[in-house]
Design a protein around this ligand. Sequence first.
Ligand SMILES: Nc1ncnc2c1ncn2[C@@H]1O[C@H](COP(=O)(O)OP(=O)(O)OP(=O)(O)O)[C@@H](O)[C@H]1O
Ligand SMILES: [Mg+2]
Length: 347
Amino acid sequence: MTILGIETSCDETAVAVLDIKNPNNITVRANIVSSQVKLHAKFGGVVPSLAAREHTKNIRRVFDLALKTAGIRDFKKEVDLIAVTHGPGLGPALLIGIAFAKSVAMIYNKPLIGTNHMEGHVYSNWIEQEEPVKNIFPALNLIVSGGHTELVLMNDFNKYRLVGETMDDAIGEAFDKVARLLGLGYPGGPAISKIAIGGDSARFPLPSPMLKSKNFDFSYSGLKTAVLYLLRDLKEKGAELDEQTKADIAASFQHAATEVLVQKTIRAAKEFEVRTILLSGGVSANKLLRERLEKAAHDNDLKYLQPKMMYTTDNAAMIALAGYFAYRKNKKTAVWRSVDMHANLGF
Ligand SMILES: Nc1ncnc2c1ncn2[C@@H]1O[C@H](COP(=O)(O)OP(=O)(O)OP(=O)(O)O)[C@@H](O)[C@H]1O
Ligand SMILES: [Mg+2]
């Protein structure tokens, strides 16, 4: 099948074209991502109405470029299915992608499938891996992104069970907020991990919240507040917030934030007796998390998968692939009239 994927749930306008024969035979023909990060950086976070305005401006250009890159000349003949993110995400932003996808599906009389953005992150693990992704179920997904921190059990394609989630902030949000406290700008994740390289994570021990709790839930508001109090105490003592101190705080935060993820994921993997651990979501770009989780999985004789770096943040290739699986499950719903927005969609 040739599938066109469309993604506008947050601040990336993305369109991709994939040829999918089966889950082990996927060719990415085009994967165009137009990021609005610079625009939102001024505001310290994504402004939904601005995101929608930019998607409106960009989507046609991104769509045309994706078709050109993939070498699609005759859309009607060459494309079999359109997949669009219908949630979760920012309502105004999602609506632009959905409206555009509906128009294209209507004009070319093509099936259109609404796709779960988080399933997209999960399936990013199947794209352009060095070895075929086979015999992995049951698998445990650790999904870490700007809006989510979730542990999702997967017994087969399309079979999900949420076994843990954050009680408050998502991990990506915590990175972004702590970066703001340190004056590092938006997005915070890459900025924190960059300066943390030169930092000493033992200088300011910070709590790993809910590390010892029996369930598989997470919480990041306490860790964020601990950083706030640490900065306040340093200021009261008259200590200078020099570059080394900032790097040390970033390293301590990164260590505390990732340690709880690694330990709880391994504990859940044992409890549910899975064969594989899969990492995904924007925060899966974090080098420390990638290294720590890979090592912990191997130490516990578990298979381990993580997406290629270019597929960690939002893209439409993962949406096209998630659309392929959703379409395999339920072809009947793949009509443009029945696709709606679900801003709070879960598993
Ligand atoms: N190297 C990194 N270390 C830590 N966090 C990172 C890194 N790179 C990106 N991030 C974080 O990833 C998040 C963005 O991820 P993503 O694009 O998947 O989120 P989203 O699509 O906005 O949210 P969701 O997928 O939950 O709807 C941001 O919070 C960003 O700070
Ligand atoms: Mg995302």
